[in-house]
Design a protein around this ligand. Structure first.
Ligand SMILES: [Zn+2]
Length: 114
């Protein structure tokens, strides 16, 4: 249980660091697009900036989603339901939890869904 908490905390740290570096990039990309007052349709540079902005935006959303999954896993840990599959109720398994500490489902249910 202690090991799991440590693992989730480490995962959370990594996600936060990634978010910080992404939003740092994101802010500079947005600032650059404001500076040039770019017209996305006619200025090729403007189109590039818009593309980068949407790419980073998608990554930021992914990392934020991962953070909410980690927080949900920490709540399950507090509640004592961590490690049980949300779909079938069986144990998720140590190997899977080691690779994906925030996993909600066992590998069987995950592969059915995917
Ligand atoms: Zn399952």
């Amino acid at each position: 249980m202690h090991e799991t908490r440590r693992r989730l905390a480490a995962e959370r740290e990594q996600a936060l660091a990634r978010l910080a570096s992404l939003t740092g990039d994101y802010d500079s990309v947005v600032a650059a697009s404001l500076d040039t007052n770019a017209d996305d349709e006619h200025d090729p540079e403007g189109a590039t900036i818009a593309f980068e902005r949407s790419q980073i935006g998608a990554l930021v959303r992914q990392v934020r989603h991962h953070l909410t999954e980690i927080d949900a896993a920490l709540e399950r840990l507090e509640a004592g339901s961590y490690g049980a599959c949300e779909r079938c109720g069986s144990a998720i398994g140590d190997a899977r939890l080691e690779a994906l500490p925030a996993a909600r489902t066992c590998i069987r249910c995950a592969s059915v869904r995917g």
